[in-house]
Design a protein around this ligand. Structure first.
Ligand code: G4P
Length: 530
Protein backbone atom coordinates (compact mmCIF):
# COMPACT_ATOMS: atom_id res chain seq x y z
CA UNK A 1 0.00 0.00 0.00
CA UNK A 2 2.78 2.36 0.92
CA UNK A 3 4.33 1.61 -2.45
CA UNK A 4 1.09 2.30 -4.23
CA UNK A 5 0.77 5.71 -2.60
CA UNK A 6 4.39 6.56 -3.36
CA UNK A 7 4.07 5.58 -6.98
CA UNK A 8 0.86 7.55 -7.51
CA UNK A 9 2.11 10.59 -5.63
CA UNK A 10 5.05 10.99 -7.98
CA UNK A 11 2.87 10.95 -11.11
CA UNK A 12 2.15 14.12 -13.08
CA UNK A 13 -0.07 13.96 -16.15
CA UNK A 14 -0.43 16.98 -18.38
CA UNK A 15 -1.43 17.93 -21.88
CA UNK A 16 0.63 20.26 -23.98
CA UNK A 17 -1.37 22.64 -26.16
CA UNK A 18 -0.57 25.32 -28.69
CA UNK A 19 -1.41 26.85 -32.02
CA UNK A 20 0.56 25.08 -34.78
CA UNK A 21 4.16 26.30 -35.02
CA UNK A 22 4.35 27.93 -31.60
CA UNK A 23 6.88 25.29 -30.56
CA UNK A 24 4.93 22.48 -28.89
CA UNK A 25 6.91 19.71 -30.55
CA UNK A 26 10.22 21.38 -29.78
CA UNK A 27 9.29 21.90 -26.14
CA UNK A 28 8.08 18.31 -25.81
CA UNK A 29 11.32 17.01 -27.19
CA UNK A 30 13.39 19.17 -24.87
CA UNK A 31 11.40 17.94 -21.90
CA UNK A 32 12.00 14.36 -22.97
CA UNK A 33 15.65 15.23 -23.37
CA UNK A 34 15.90 16.35 -19.75
CA UNK A 35 14.22 13.19 -18.66
CA UNK A 36 16.85 11.25 -20.55
CA UNK A 37 14.08 9.62 -22.56
CA UNK A 38 15.66 10.64 -25.83
CA UNK A 39 19.15 11.60 -26.75
CA UNK A 40 19.21 14.26 -29.34
CA UNK A 41 22.55 15.91 -29.61
CA UNK A 42 22.26 19.65 -29.94
CA UNK A 43 19.04 21.31 -30.88
CA UNK A 44 15.97 19.60 -32.18
CA UNK A 45 16.26 17.78 -35.47
CA UNK A 46 14.38 18.67 -38.61
CA UNK A 47 10.69 17.96 -38.80
CA UNK A 48 11.15 15.08 -41.17
CA UNK A 49 13.08 13.05 -38.66
CA UNK A 50 12.70 13.62 -34.96
CA UNK A 51 9.31 15.16 -34.85
CA UNK A 52 7.55 12.50 -36.85
CA UNK A 53 9.29 9.76 -35.01
CA UNK A 54 8.00 11.10 -31.73
CA UNK A 55 4.46 12.09 -32.22
CA UNK A 56 3.18 11.46 -35.67
CA UNK A 57 1.74 8.26 -36.94
CA UNK A 58 0.11 8.49 -40.27
CA UNK A 59 1.52 8.94 -43.72
CA UNK A 60 -1.00 11.66 -44.32
CA UNK A 61 0.41 13.64 -41.47
CA UNK A 62 3.84 13.44 -42.97
CA UNK A 63 2.57 14.61 -46.32
CA UNK A 64 0.83 17.54 -44.76
CA UNK A 65 3.35 18.24 -42.06
CA UNK A 66 0.75 18.44 -39.36
CA UNK A 67 0.23 16.36 -36.31
CA UNK A 68 -3.19 14.76 -36.55
CA UNK A 69 -3.12 12.18 -33.83
CA UNK A 70 -2.29 12.75 -30.26
CA UNK A 71 -0.15 10.40 -28.29
CA UNK A 72 1.09 9.96 -24.77
CA UNK A 73 4.67 9.80 -23.65
CA UNK A 74 6.19 8.99 -20.31
CA UNK A 75 9.50 9.97 -18.79
CA UNK A 76 11.22 10.19 -15.41
CA UNK A 77 12.69 13.35 -13.96
CA UNK A 78 14.02 14.00 -10.44
CA UNK A 79 11.97 11.18 -8.98
CA UNK A 80 8.78 12.22 -10.78
CA UNK A 81 7.08 10.04 -13.35
CA UNK A 82 5.69 12.35 -16.00
CA UNK A 83 3.04 11.60 -18.60
CA UNK A 84 2.81 14.09 -21.46
CA UNK A 85 -0.27 14.05 -23.62
CA UNK A 86 0.45 15.53 -26.98
CA UNK A 87 -2.52 17.23 -28.60
CA UNK A 88 -3.10 17.71 -32.29
CA UNK A 89 -2.45 21.26 -33.34
CA UNK A 90 -4.72 21.40 -36.35
CA UNK A 91 -8.00 23.15 -35.78
CA UNK A 92 -10.00 20.37 -37.39
CA UNK A 93 -9.09 18.02 -34.63
CA UNK A 94 -10.44 19.93 -31.69
CA UNK A 95 -12.71 17.07 -30.67
CA UNK A 96 -9.75 14.76 -30.34
CA UNK A 97 -7.99 17.42 -28.33
CA UNK A 98 -10.99 17.78 -26.10
CA UNK A 99 -10.88 14.09 -25.27
CA UNK A 100 -7.18 14.25 -24.61
CA UNK A 101 -7.71 17.09 -22.17
CA UNK A 102 -10.20 14.90 -20.30
CA UNK A 103 -7.28 12.61 -19.51
CA UNK A 104 -4.98 15.37 -18.22
CA UNK A 105 -4.69 16.96 -14.77
CA UNK A 106 -3.11 20.15 -16.05
CA UNK A 107 -2.11 21.80 -19.30
CA UNK A 108 0.95 23.57 -20.61
CA UNK A 109 0.13 26.22 -23.16
CA UNK A 110 2.93 27.20 -25.54
CA UNK A 111 2.68 30.67 -27.05
CA UNK A 112 4.83 32.27 -29.73
CA UNK A 113 6.15 35.50 -28.22
CA UNK A 114 5.86 37.31 -31.55
CA UNK A 115 2.26 36.25 -32.10
CA UNK A 116 0.55 35.97 -28.74
CA UNK A 117 -2.79 34.24 -28.58
CA UNK A 118 -3.82 32.58 -31.83
CA UNK A 119 -7.16 30.97 -32.74
CA UNK A 120 -6.24 27.44 -31.77
CA UNK A 121 -4.85 28.50 -28.39
CA UNK A 122 -8.09 30.34 -27.75
CA UNK A 123 -10.22 27.27 -28.42
CA UNK A 124 -8.05 24.94 -26.39
CA UNK A 125 -7.93 27.35 -23.54
CA UNK A 126 -11.72 27.47 -23.36
CA UNK A 127 -11.83 23.72 -22.95
CA UNK A 128 -9.32 23.87 -20.11
CA UNK A 129 -11.25 26.67 -18.44
CA UNK A 130 -14.48 24.67 -18.71
CA UNK A 131 -12.87 21.91 -16.69
CA UNK A 132 -10.90 24.22 -14.37
CA UNK A 133 -7.67 22.60 -15.50
CA UNK A 134 -4.62 24.49 -14.20
CA UNK A 135 -2.79 26.15 -17.07
CA UNK A 136 0.91 26.89 -17.21
CA UNK A 137 2.00 29.25 -19.93
CA UNK A 138 5.34 28.99 -21.71
CA UNK A 139 6.03 32.02 -23.89
CA UNK A 140 8.45 30.78 -26.49
CA UNK A 141 10.91 32.11 -29.06
CA UNK A 142 12.37 35.00 -27.05
CA UNK A 143 15.51 34.61 -29.14
CA UNK A 144 13.48 36.24 -31.89
CA UNK A 145 11.84 39.63 -31.95
CA UNK A 146 8.91 39.45 -29.60
CA UNK A 147 5.97 41.53 -28.52
CA UNK A 148 6.23 43.40 -25.25
CA UNK A 149 5.86 40.97 -22.33
CA UNK A 150 3.34 43.36 -20.75
CA UNK A 151 1.22 43.20 -23.89
CA UNK A 152 1.34 39.43 -23.92
CA UNK A 153 0.29 39.17 -20.28
CA UNK A 154 -2.49 41.67 -20.76
CA UNK A 155 -3.76 39.77 -23.75
CA UNK A 156 -3.85 36.52 -21.76
CA UNK A 157 -5.74 38.17 -18.94
CA UNK A 158 -8.22 40.00 -21.13
CA UNK A 159 -8.93 37.20 -23.54
CA UNK A 160 -9.04 34.37 -21.09
CA UNK A 161 -10.34 36.13 -18.03
CA UNK A 162 -7.78 34.59 -15.70
CA UNK A 163 -4.90 36.06 -13.79
CA UNK A 164 -1.30 35.65 -14.86
CA UNK A 165 1.80 35.54 -12.74
CA UNK A 166 5.17 35.87 -14.48
CA UNK A 167 7.55 33.44 -12.76
CA UNK A 168 10.43 34.94 -14.66
CA UNK A 169 10.84 38.04 -16.78
CA UNK A 170 12.64 38.37 -20.11
CA UNK A 171 15.65 40.61 -20.49
CA UNK A 172 15.44 41.91 -24.05
CA UNK A 173 14.49 39.79 -27.04
CA UNK A 174 15.74 38.85 -30.49
CA UNK A 175 19.41 39.65 -30.98
CA UNK A 176 19.25 41.60 -27.74
CA UNK A 177 17.98 38.66 -25.71
CA UNK A 178 20.13 38.38 -22.61
CA UNK A 179 18.17 35.89 -20.57
CA UNK A 180 15.48 35.85 -17.91
CA UNK A 181 15.23 37.06 -14.35
CA UNK A 182 13.82 34.53 -11.88
CA UNK A 183 11.48 36.52 -9.65
CA UNK A 184 11.41 34.09 -6.77
CA UNK A 185 15.06 33.14 -6.59
CA UNK A 186 16.14 36.62 -7.60
CA UNK A 187 18.73 35.32 -9.99
CA UNK A 188 19.54 35.64 -13.65
CA UNK A 189 19.60 32.89 -16.18
CA UNK A 190 21.89 34.34 -18.81
CA UNK A 191 21.42 33.51 -22.45
CA UNK A 192 24.09 33.34 -25.04
CA UNK A 193 24.23 31.57 -28.33
CA UNK A 194 26.54 28.93 -27.02
CA UNK A 195 23.71 27.54 -24.96
CA UNK A 196 22.29 25.88 -27.98
CA UNK A 197 21.78 22.26 -27.03
CA UNK A 198 23.49 22.55 -23.68
CA UNK A 199 21.62 20.56 -21.09
CA UNK A 200 21.92 22.72 -18.03
CA UNK A 201 22.51 26.41 -17.67
CA UNK A 202 23.75 27.61 -14.32
CA UNK A 203 21.81 30.53 -12.95
CA UNK A 204 23.81 33.53 -11.79
CA UNK A 205 22.82 34.84 -8.40
CA UNK A 206 22.61 38.53 -8.76
CA UNK A 207 20.72 41.08 -6.76
CA UNK A 208 19.29 43.98 -8.72
CA UNK A 209 21.42 46.33 -6.58
CA UNK A 210 24.62 44.86 -7.95
CA UNK A 211 24.79 47.41 -10.69
CA UNK A 212 28.29 46.66 -11.88
CA UNK A 213 27.79 42.93 -12.10
CA UNK A 214 24.51 43.43 -13.90
CA UNK A 215 25.96 45.94 -16.33
CA UNK A 216 28.60 43.45 -17.25
CA UNK A 217 26.03 40.72 -17.74
CA UNK A 218 23.27 42.48 -19.61
CA UNK A 219 24.42 46.05 -20.26
CA UNK A 220 23.28 49.21 -18.50
CA UNK A 221 20.25 49.92 -20.71
CA UNK A 222 18.69 46.49 -20.16
CA UNK A 223 19.66 46.60 -16.50
CA UNK A 224 17.73 49.80 -16.04
CA UNK A 225 14.70 48.39 -17.86
CA UNK A 226 14.84 45.18 -15.82
CA UNK A 227 14.99 47.07 -12.51
CA UNK A 228 11.99 49.20 -13.54
CA UNK A 229 10.07 46.13 -14.74
CA UNK A 230 10.66 44.14 -11.59
CA UNK A 231 9.64 47.06 -9.42
CA UNK A 232 6.47 47.43 -11.41
CA UNK A 233 5.70 43.71 -11.33
CA UNK A 234 6.29 43.45 -7.60
CA UNK A 235 4.11 46.48 -6.95
CA UNK A 236 1.24 45.81 -9.32
CA UNK A 237 -0.18 42.62 -10.77
CA UNK A 238 -1.36 39.48 -9.06
CA UNK A 239 0.12 37.98 -5.93
CA UNK A 240 1.30 34.46 -6.34
CA UNK A 241 -1.32 32.09 -4.94
CA UNK A 242 -0.85 28.34 -5.34
CA UNK A 243 -4.51 27.54 -4.69
CA UNK A 244 -5.52 29.86 -7.50
CA UNK A 245 -3.00 28.17 -9.78
CA UNK A 246 -4.34 24.76 -8.88
CA UNK A 247 -7.93 25.76 -9.47
CA UNK A 248 -7.10 27.15 -12.91
CA UNK A 249 -7.65 30.81 -12.00
CA UNK A 250 -4.06 31.99 -12.14
CA UNK A 251 -1.63 30.95 -14.83
CA UNK A 252 2.07 30.98 -13.99
CA UNK A 253 3.93 32.38 -17.00
CA UNK A 254 7.46 31.43 -18.06
CA UNK A 255 9.54 33.02 -20.80
CA UNK A 256 12.14 31.08 -22.74
CA UNK A 257 13.29 29.59 -25.98
CA UNK A 258 12.56 25.94 -26.56
CA UNK A 259 14.76 25.66 -29.61
CA UNK A 260 17.74 26.94 -27.67
CA UNK A 261 16.99 24.79 -24.67
CA UNK A 262 16.67 27.95 -22.70
CA UNK A 263 14.45 28.21 -19.65
CA UNK A 264 13.08 24.69 -20.00
CA UNK A 265 14.57 23.08 -16.96
CA UNK A 266 13.57 25.83 -14.50
CA UNK A 267 10.13 25.68 -16.07
CA UNK A 268 9.90 21.93 -15.60
CA UNK A 269 11.04 22.15 -11.99
CA UNK A 270 8.59 24.90 -11.06
CA UNK A 271 5.83 23.12 -12.91
CA UNK A 272 6.44 19.90 -11.00
CA UNK A 273 6.46 21.80 -7.71
CA UNK A 274 3.15 23.48 -8.40
CA UNK A 275 1.17 20.65 -9.95
CA UNK A 276 -0.67 17.96 -8.06
CA UNK A 277 -0.56 14.19 -8.21
CA UNK A 278 -3.51 12.57 -10.03
CA UNK A 279 -6.80 14.12 -8.96
CA UNK A 280 -10.03 12.36 -7.95
CA UNK A 281 -12.53 11.69 -10.73
CA UNK A 282 -16.31 11.59 -10.75
CA UNK A 283 -18.14 8.35 -11.48
CA UNK A 284 -21.89 8.80 -11.04
CA UNK A 285 -22.46 9.58 -7.36
CA UNK A 286 -18.97 8.39 -6.41
CA UNK A 287 -15.77 10.32 -6.24
CA UNK A 288 -12.99 7.94 -7.14
CA UNK A 289 -9.88 8.45 -5.04
CA UNK A 290 -6.76 7.82 -7.16
CA UNK A 291 -4.96 6.32 -4.18
CA UNK A 292 -7.42 3.56 -3.53
CA UNK A 293 -6.06 0.16 -4.44
CA UNK A 294 -8.82 -0.90 -6.85
CA UNK A 295 -7.95 -0.25 -10.46
CA UNK A 296 -10.17 1.93 -12.65
CA UNK A 297 -9.63 3.66 -16.00
CA UNK A 298 -11.51 5.19 -18.90
CA UNK A 299 -10.92 5.11 -22.63
CA UNK A 300 -10.29 8.57 -24.07
CA UNK A 301 -8.90 7.73 -27.46
CA UNK A 302 -8.97 4.91 -29.96
CA UNK A 303 -6.55 4.74 -32.78
CA UNK A 304 -6.42 2.17 -35.52
CA UNK A 305 -3.48 0.95 -37.48
CA UNK A 306 -0.81 2.85 -35.63
CA UNK A 307 1.55 0.24 -36.85
CA UNK A 308 0.66 -0.76 -40.37
CA UNK A 309 2.63 -3.98 -40.16
CA UNK A 310 0.36 -5.20 -37.37
CA UNK A 311 -2.96 -3.69 -38.43
CA UNK A 312 -3.64 -3.03 -34.80
CA UNK A 313 -6.12 -0.89 -33.03
CA UNK A 314 -5.15 0.66 -29.76
CA UNK A 315 -7.46 2.00 -27.08
CA UNK A 316 -5.76 4.59 -24.89
CA UNK A 317 -6.96 4.76 -21.34
CA UNK A 318 -6.21 7.02 -18.45
CA UNK A 319 -5.83 5.16 -15.18
CA UNK A 320 -7.88 6.93 -12.53
CA UNK A 321 -7.21 4.82 -9.47
CA UNK A 322 -5.05 2.02 -8.13
CA UNK A 323 -2.58 -0.14 -9.93
CA UNK A 324 -2.92 -1.88 -13.24
CA UNK A 325 -1.44 -5.35 -13.54
CA UNK A 326 -0.88 -7.16 -16.77
CA UNK A 327 -2.79 -10.43 -17.17
CA UNK A 328 -5.18 -9.62 -14.33
CA UNK A 329 -8.85 -9.92 -15.12
CA UNK A 330 -10.76 -6.63 -15.03
CA UNK A 331 -14.29 -5.65 -15.94
CA UNK A 332 -15.43 -3.69 -18.98
CA UNK A 333 -18.57 -1.88 -17.82
CA UNK A 334 -20.11 -1.01 -21.21
CA UNK A 335 -19.38 -4.47 -22.63
CA UNK A 336 -20.68 -6.01 -19.36
CA UNK A 337 -17.87 -8.55 -19.52
CA UNK A 338 -14.73 -9.54 -17.66
CA UNK A 339 -11.69 -8.67 -19.68
CA UNK A 340 -7.95 -9.24 -19.79
CA UNK A 341 -6.13 -6.37 -21.42
CA UNK A 342 -3.85 -7.68 -24.11
CA UNK A 343 -0.43 -6.18 -24.82
CA UNK A 344 -0.67 -3.22 -22.47
CA UNK A 345 1.83 -0.68 -23.61
CA UNK A 346 3.19 2.73 -22.95
CA UNK A 347 4.97 5.08 -25.21
CA UNK A 348 8.42 5.97 -23.97
CA UNK A 349 9.51 8.71 -26.33
CA UNK A 350 9.91 7.01 -29.70
CA UNK A 351 9.32 3.49 -28.56
CA UNK A 352 6.32 1.57 -27.47
CA UNK A 353 7.07 -0.82 -24.64
CA UNK A 354 4.94 -3.59 -23.23
CA UNK A 355 4.38 -2.93 -19.57
CA UNK A 356 3.54 -5.16 -16.61
CA UNK A 357 2.13 -2.54 -14.32
CA UNK A 358 0.98 1.05 -14.32
CA UNK A 359 -0.53 3.43 -11.79
CA UNK A 360 -3.20 6.09 -11.45
CA UNK A 361 -2.20 9.02 -13.64
CA UNK A 362 -0.60 6.82 -16.27
CA UNK A 363 -1.84 6.44 -19.81
CA UNK A 364 -1.75 2.97 -21.25
CA UNK A 365 -2.59 1.73 -24.69
CA UNK A 366 -4.20 -1.70 -25.00
CA UNK A 367 -4.93 -3.82 -27.99
CA UNK A 368 -8.59 -3.37 -28.93
CA UNK A 369 -10.31 -6.10 -30.90
CA UNK A 370 -13.14 -3.67 -31.65
CA UNK A 371 -14.91 -3.75 -28.29
CA UNK A 372 -14.13 -0.35 -26.84
CA UNK A 373 -15.73 3.00 -27.48
CA UNK A 374 -14.61 6.43 -26.33
CA UNK A 375 -15.61 7.02 -22.71
CA UNK A 376 -15.80 3.34 -21.69
CA UNK A 377 -14.87 2.37 -18.13
CA UNK A 378 -12.64 -0.56 -17.20
CA UNK A 379 -12.40 -1.39 -13.51
CA UNK A 380 -11.82 -3.94 -10.83
CA UNK A 381 -14.36 -6.77 -10.80
CA UNK A 382 -15.09 -6.25 -7.13
CA UNK A 383 -15.76 -2.53 -7.42
CA UNK A 384 -17.82 -1.67 -10.45
CA UNK A 385 -18.24 1.97 -11.36
CA UNK A 386 -18.84 4.06 -14.43
CA UNK A 387 -17.03 7.27 -15.25
CA UNK A 388 -18.99 10.11 -16.81
CA UNK A 389 -19.08 9.74 -20.58
CA UNK A 390 -17.21 12.06 -22.89
CA UNK A 391 -19.83 13.97 -24.85
CA UNK A 392 -19.82 13.72 -28.63
CA UNK A 393 -19.70 17.02 -30.43
CA UNK A 394 -22.37 17.68 -33.01
CA UNK A 395 -20.79 17.49 -36.47
CA UNK A 396 -21.05 20.57 -38.65
CA UNK A 397 -20.20 19.16 -42.08
CA UNK A 398 -21.97 16.32 -43.84
CA UNK A 399 -21.37 14.22 -46.91
CA UNK A 400 -22.85 11.11 -48.46
CA UNK A 401 -20.17 8.49 -48.96
CA UNK A 402 -20.46 5.34 -51.06
CA UNK A 403 -17.98 2.80 -52.35
CA UNK A 404 -17.18 2.82 -56.05
CA UNK A 405 -16.38 -0.89 -56.23
CA UNK A 406 -19.51 -3.01 -55.84
CA UNK A 407 -17.47 -5.98 -54.63
CA UNK A 408 -16.14 -4.28 -51.51
CA UNK A 409 -19.25 -3.96 -49.40
CA UNK A 410 -17.87 -5.77 -46.34
CA UNK A 411 -14.59 -3.90 -46.26
CA UNK A 412 -16.42 -0.60 -46.71
CA UNK A 413 -18.84 -1.29 -43.86
CA UNK A 414 -16.13 -2.55 -41.55
CA UNK A 415 -13.81 0.35 -42.31
CA UNK A 416 -16.35 3.09 -41.89
CA UNK A 417 -17.73 1.50 -38.72
CA UNK A 418 -14.30 1.16 -37.13
CA UNK A 419 -13.32 4.70 -37.98
CA UNK A 420 -16.63 5.88 -36.50
CA UNK A 421 -15.96 3.93 -33.29
CA UNK A 422 -12.67 5.76 -32.94
CA UNK A 423 -14.71 8.95 -32.81
CA UNK A 424 -13.08 10.57 -35.85
CA UNK A 425 -16.37 10.67 -37.76
CA UNK A 426 -20.03 10.06 -37.01
CA UNK A 427 -22.12 7.97 -39.33
CA UNK A 428 -25.82 8.03 -40.10
CA UNK A 429 -28.17 6.40 -42.57
CA UNK A 430 -31.60 7.08 -43.94
CA UNK A 431 -33.91 4.47 -42.48
CA UNK A 432 -36.23 2.40 -44.66
CA UNK A 433 -34.95 3.75 -47.95
CA UNK A 434 -32.65 0.92 -48.97
CA UNK A 435 -30.06 3.53 -49.91
CA UNK A 436 -26.59 2.15 -49.34
CA UNK A 437 -24.93 5.50 -48.96
CA UNK A 438 -23.61 6.34 -45.57
CA UNK A 439 -24.05 9.88 -44.34
CA UNK A 440 -20.87 11.00 -42.64
CA UNK A 441 -20.75 13.93 -40.25
CA UNK A 442 -17.51 15.54 -39.13
CA UNK A 443 -16.51 18.42 -36.91
CA UNK A 444 -13.73 19.59 -39.25
CA UNK A 445 -13.61 19.05 -43.02
CA UNK A 446 -10.09 17.65 -42.95
CA UNK A 447 -11.58 14.54 -41.40
CA UNK A 448 -13.27 13.74 -44.73
CA UNK A 449 -9.86 13.55 -46.32
CA UNK A 450 -8.52 11.41 -43.51
CA UNK A 451 -11.53 9.10 -43.92
CA UNK A 452 -10.99 8.67 -47.66
CA UNK A 453 -7.29 8.14 -47.22
CA UNK A 454 -7.75 5.56 -44.51
CA UNK A 455 -10.50 3.65 -46.30
CA UNK A 456 -8.20 3.34 -49.28
CA UNK A 457 -4.94 2.57 -47.50
CA UNK A 458 -6.21 0.41 -44.66
CA UNK A 459 -9.28 -1.28 -46.13
CA UNK A 460 -8.57 -1.09 -49.87
CA UNK A 461 -11.83 0.73 -50.61
CA UNK A 462 -12.26 3.63 -53.01
CA UNK A 463 -15.17 5.91 -52.22
CA UNK A 464 -17.15 8.68 -53.81
CA UNK A 465 -18.10 11.63 -51.63
CA UNK A 466 -20.93 14.05 -52.20
CA UNK A 467 -21.19 17.11 -49.96
CA UNK A 468 -24.53 17.67 -48.31
CA UNK A 469 -25.92 21.09 -47.39
CA UNK A 470 -26.64 20.26 -43.73
CA UNK A 471 -24.99 22.26 -41.01
CA UNK A 472 -26.89 21.39 -37.88
CA UNK A 473 -27.74 18.04 -36.35
CA UNK A 474 -30.10 17.34 -33.47
CA UNK A 475 -30.96 14.11 -31.71
CA UNK A 476 -34.70 13.60 -31.14
CA UNK A 477 -35.28 13.21 -27.43
CA UNK A 478 -38.90 11.99 -27.56
CA UNK A 479 -39.22 8.21 -27.47
CA UNK A 480 -42.84 8.25 -28.65
CA UNK A 481 -42.58 10.38 -31.77
CA UNK A 482 -42.60 8.89 -35.24
CA UNK A 483 -40.24 11.17 -37.17
CA UNK A 484 -42.32 10.56 -40.29
CA UNK A 485 -45.23 12.42 -38.67
CA UNK A 486 -43.22 15.56 -37.97
CA UNK A 487 -43.93 18.77 -39.80
CA UNK A 488 -40.52 19.76 -41.20
CA UNK A 489 -39.10 22.00 -43.91
CA UNK A 490 -38.48 20.13 -47.16
CA UNK A 491 -34.72 20.39 -46.76
CA UNK A 492 -34.68 18.70 -43.34
CA UNK A 493 -33.64 15.06 -43.32
CA UNK A 494 -34.53 12.32 -40.86
CA UNK A 495 -31.64 9.89 -40.24
CA UNK A 496 -30.54 7.33 -37.64
CA UNK A 497 -27.15 6.79 -36.06
CA UNK A 498 -25.67 3.31 -35.81
CA UNK A 499 -27.33 2.74 -32.46
CA UNK A 500 -30.72 3.36 -34.02
CA UNK A 501 -31.29 6.79 -32.45
CA UNK A 502 -33.37 9.21 -34.50
CA UNK A 503 -31.86 12.48 -35.61
CA UNK A 504 -32.70 15.39 -37.83
CA UNK A 505 -30.28 17.11 -40.18
CA UNK A 506 -31.01 20.78 -40.79
CA UNK A 507 -29.52 23.25 -43.23
CA UNK A 508 -29.66 26.12 -40.72
CA UNK A 509 -30.64 27.12 -37.20
CA UNK A 510 -33.66 28.79 -38.73
CA UNK A 511 -34.99 25.36 -39.80
CA UNK A 512 -34.41 24.02 -36.28
CA UNK A 513 -36.59 26.79 -34.87
CA UNK A 514 -39.19 26.19 -37.52
CA UNK A 515 -39.35 22.49 -36.57
CA UNK A 516 -39.71 23.34 -32.88
CA UNK A 517 -42.47 25.86 -33.58
CA UNK A 518 -44.47 23.57 -35.84
CA UNK A 519 -44.06 20.54 -33.58
CA UNK A 520 -44.64 21.83 -30.04
CA UNK A 521 -43.97 18.43 -28.41
CA UNK A 522 -40.69 17.87 -30.18
CA UNK A 523 -37.61 17.87 -27.95
CA UNK A 524 -34.19 18.14 -29.57
CA UNK A 525 -30.74 17.57 -28.09
CA UNK A 526 -27.42 18.96 -29.30
CA UNK A 527 -25.25 16.16 -27.93
CA UNK A 528 -25.59 12.47 -28.05
CA UNK A 529 -25.44 11.08 -24.54
CA UNK A 530 -24.75 7.43 -25.40
P1 G4P B 1 4.50 23.03 -33.15
O1 G4P B 1 4.78 21.64 -32.68
O2 G4P B 1 3.85 23.88 -32.11
O3 G4P B 1 3.78 23.09 -34.46
O4 G4P B 1 5.90 23.77 -33.40
P2 G4P B 1 7.37 23.19 -33.61
O5 G4P B 1 7.94 22.72 -32.33
O6 G4P B 1 7.40 22.28 -34.77
O7 G4P B 1 8.11 24.56 -33.98
C1 G4P B 1 7.75 25.32 -35.11
C2 G4P B 1 8.96 26.04 -35.66
O8 G4P B 1 9.44 26.96 -34.68
C3 G4P B 1 10.12 25.11 -35.97
O9 G4P B 1 10.84 25.66 -37.04
C4 G4P B 1 10.97 25.21 -34.72
O10 G4P B 1 12.32 24.89 -34.94
C5 G4P B 1 10.80 26.68 -34.38
N1 G4P B 1 11.03 26.97 -32.97
C6 G4P B 1 10.57 26.32 -31.87
N2 G4P B 1 11.01 26.90 -30.74
C7 G4P B 1 11.76 27.97 -31.12
C8 G4P B 1 12.50 28.96 -30.39
O11 G4P B 1 12.56 28.98 -29.16
N3 G4P B 1 13.15 29.89 -31.16
C9 G4P B 1 13.11 29.89 -32.51
N4 G4P B 1 13.78 30.83 -33.14
N5 G4P B 1 12.44 28.96 -33.23
C10 G4P B 1 11.76 28.02 -32.53
P3 G4P B 1 10.70 25.15 -38.51
O12 G4P B 1 11.70 25.89 -39.32
O13 G4P B 1 9.26 25.24 -38.96
O14 G4P B 1 11.02 23.64 -38.43
P4 G4P B 1 12.41 22.89 -38.22
O15 G4P B 1 12.84 22.59 -39.58
O16 G4P B 1 13.31 23.81 -37.47
O17 G4P B 1 12.03 21.70 -37.42
Amino acid sequence: MADLRKEIERRRTFAIISHPDAGKTTLTEKLLLYGGAIQLAGSVKGKATARHAVSDWMELEKQRGISISSSAMQFEYNGYCINILDTPGHQDFSEDTYRTLMAADSAVMVIDAAKGIEPQTRKLFKICAMRNIPIFTFINKLDRDARSPYDLMEELENEFGIGTYPMNWPIGCGIDFKGVYDREKREILAFNEFHRGQNKIKAIECSLDETEKLDELIGSRLRQTLCDDVELLDGAGYEFDLDMVRSGKLSPVFFGSALNNFGIEPFLESFLDMTMPPLPRIAGDDIVDPFEDKFSAFVFKIQANMNKAHRDRIAFMRICSGKFERDKEYFHIQGEKPIRLAQPQQLMAQERAIINEAYAGDIIGVFDPGIFSIGDTICDKSKKLEFEGIPTFAPEHFAAVERTDTMKRKQFEKGIMQIAQEGAIQIFHEPFTGVEEVIVGVVGVLQFEVLEYRLKSEYGVDVRRRSMPYEVVRWIDNEDINPRDLNLTSDTKWVQDFRGNNLLLFTSDWCVNWALQKNPDLRLREFNRD
